[in-house]
Design a protein around this ligand. Structure first.
Ligand code: GCU
Length: 603
């Protein structure tokens, strides 16, 4: 065995040893992220007072040590000569949820810390527990209540919570949150992305009340290939034998349940639900009842699997007619969030003729997944293991796993999700292979009912043949592949003579192809950034893709123009990535109609 091989084995063992040692690096509390909508909660959305703190003067003293008198104290001078150099009340406010970039011109490109402050009263109930829930804060947040630190959270697109039972008063409780959106080399994502670094409390904030021992997690699903039995697993927050009831009225299910001593139970019920599909997105009202709480959800039942180079939804071959979507409303130039935004984005996808969407490049807000359930759109959901994150750093692996865990815990019961994606366009290396292989096995340990994929790149060309032979293919169920023939490589017409091959007996999904066009800019089809150029790329791409026997889906890049500081071409891009089929005002470019026509006839 040569030295290099031995070296990589030692490194891998060391990495696995380290990761095994690592508890989640941050107080990544996921106690209450499964179906927050179905729980009794008080919204803390609305105006939050803010302090913009680029020097983090509210956190460090002048020797750069964490200060005991930071802004989290929300202190007021007790005498007229006491020196306090901040006052939330007299400061500006921001709407929560919402990124700060689109709310204040001076924050448009701001990357740093903003302090948020909110006061609330709460009628304390002896028999209730209380949790403070955040849908997401981008990127790194530290949360305080009544002057005491609750914990920290890293990751800009996943929910987290802190228990505040016994930490709140009847009057004038004071939450302070330090949100820092600076990009970090050891972050997930790292410092270079092709999307806008929106900062802030970008999703909902709630106080959620629960009983002493509540239903924390649950999962209802069909087993692959079996449409006559629903598998149920339930986990209480505490280890205790408790009696519960599961009710699905439309299926005439009223099942008395008893958890084991460890507070968990799993079982299978004979039942033949109407299967969820894009053509018939059937959802059932599901009630989980214990002596004090009734937890309601809306759940669809489907199976997704691969068979050789095919993808089977409910046992039938399906072609994923998709589009990629960023979590952004172009007209508002801000992060999308909530039901109305989800309805706008996903109704566009339906109008385009899609049965599938790639929610790029990070976990989207829960309303998107629930709307996809309702509208009948299959979903590729992804964590931002994007481009050049630090694959050799065990702490980065823990962060990526934290984000996977949160994304899966939150959305485990969403029928629309068919694919968990591990990564996007990751440079091939030993570290990267080990990193993503580890993510794959971790994901399968959390959920074996969905398919695993990643957006790979063509690593091997042989004359006019693209060969997909990335080693990651061994660990994935579906081979995602981004390719930009006609935009970043060659001419659009080169697609007509390009063929494809793979070493794997697995289905491929083209997770990205596309071209830029400024809406309303017309010219010859060989003039960059004209609508005609983009249309011509789509025409030639679709002819090429139609000939690939192991292609089972596509999600062209992208539904709508989106903001990106990488895109500097004045008069054309002006800080926007123009690969949208819709402009930044939601107007349809010519290529929209090309793809729509293709999906109308595609089987
Ligand atoms: C890459 C990447 C996208 C990016 C796109 C582009 O494939 O995955 O995030 O926006 O190309 O260059 O427009």
């Amino acid at each position: 065995m040569n030295f290099l091989k031995l070296n990589s084995i030692i490194k891998t063992v060391f990495l696995l040893f380290l990761v095994g040692l690592f508890k989640p690096v941050f107080s990544q509390d996921l106690t209450l992220v499964n179906n927050i909508d179905g729980r009794y909660k008080i919204s803390l959305n609305g105006h939050w007072q803010i302090l913009i703190d680029p020097y983090e003067n509210g956190f460090y003293d002048y020797r750069l040590k964490e200060s005991d008198n930071g802004y989290f104290k929300n202190a007021k001078p007790k005498t007229k000569q006491e020196l306090i150099e901040y006052d939330f009340v007299k400061s500006d406010y921001l709407n929560v949820p919402g990124d700060w970039n689109s709310q204040r011109e001076k924050l448009e490109l701001y990357e740093g810390t903003v302090w948020y402050q909110k006061s609330f009263d709460y009628s304390v109930k002896k028999d209730k527990r209380l949790f403070l829930y955040f849908g997401a804060c981008n990127y790194y947040s530290i949360v305080y209540i009544n002057g005491k630190k609750l914990g920290e959270h890293e990751g800009g697109f996943t929910p987290f919570c802190f228990e505040v039972t016994g930490k709140v008063n009847e009057k004038e409780n004071n939450i302070v949150v330090k949100v820092d959106n600076k990009r970090r080399a050891d972050g997930v994502p790292t410092v270079n992305t092709d999307w806008y670094n929106y900062g802030g409390i970008t999703r909902d904030v709630y106080l959620a009340e629960t009983s002493e021992n509540f239903i924390q997690d649950y999962k209802l699903n069909l087993e692959k290939g079996d449409f006559k039995a629903i598998h149920v697993s339930i986990k209480l927050n505490k280890e205790e034998v408790k009696n519960l009831k599961l009710s699905i009225p439309e299926l005439k299910i009223n099942q008395q349940i008893e958890t084991k001593k460890n507070g968990e139970v799993s079982f299978t019920i004979e039942s033949k639900p109407i299967l969820w599909s894009p053509e018939n997105p059937k959802l059932y009202d599901v009630y989980l009842i214990n002596e004090t709480d009734t937890l309601k959800d809306r759940i669809g039942f489907k199976t997704i699997e691969t068979k050789g180079q095919d993808i089977l939804l409910n046992g039938k071959s399906v072609f994923l007619k998709g589009i990629s979507i960023h979590e952004e409303i172009p007209q508002r130039e801000g992060r999308a969030n909530g039901i109305e935004d989800a309805k706008l984005l996903l109704s566009w996808a339906k109008e385009l003729g899609c049965n599938y969407v790639r929610l790029a490049h990070y976990p989207h807000n829960e309303a998107m997944l629930r709307m996809a359930d309702e509208l009948g759109l299959m979903v590729w959901s992804e964590i931002p293991v994007y481009w050049t994150i630090h694959y050799g750093d065990p702490k980065v692996l823990v962060k990526a796993k934290d984000q996977l865990n949160a994304m899966i815990t939150q959305n485990i019961n969403r029928a629309s999700i068919i694919i968990w994606s591990m990564a996007n366009e990751t440079p091939v290396s030993e570290d990267r292979n080990n990193f993503i292989k580890s993510l794959c096995s971790y994901t399968r340990s959390l959920d074996n009912t969905r398919l695993l994929s990643a957006a790979l790149e063509i690593s091997h060309k042989d004359n006019n043949t693209n060969i997909l032979d990335d080693v990651l293919g061994e660990y994935l169920d579906v081979l995602g592949c981004n390719e930009y023939l006609g935009w970043y490589e060659g001419k659009p017409e080169d697609a007509l003579t390009k063929s494809w091959n793979t070493i794997y007996n697995k289905p491929m999904v083209i997770s990205e192809f596309g071209a830029g066009a400024l809406y309303g800019f017309h010219g010859d089809k060989d003039e960059r950034f004209t609508e005609e150029y983009q249309e011509n790329v789509y025409i030639n791409q679709l002819k090429m893709l139609d000939k690939i026997p192991f292609l089972r889906g596509m999600s062209p890049w992208i539904l709508a123009d989106f903001k990106s500081p990488r895109r500097q071409l004045h008069g054309i891009q002006d800080g926007w990535n123009r690969k949208g089929l819709l402009s930044d005002k939601g107007l349809k470019k010519k290529a929209w109609f090309t793809l729509k026509k293709y999906y109308q006839i595609k089987k």
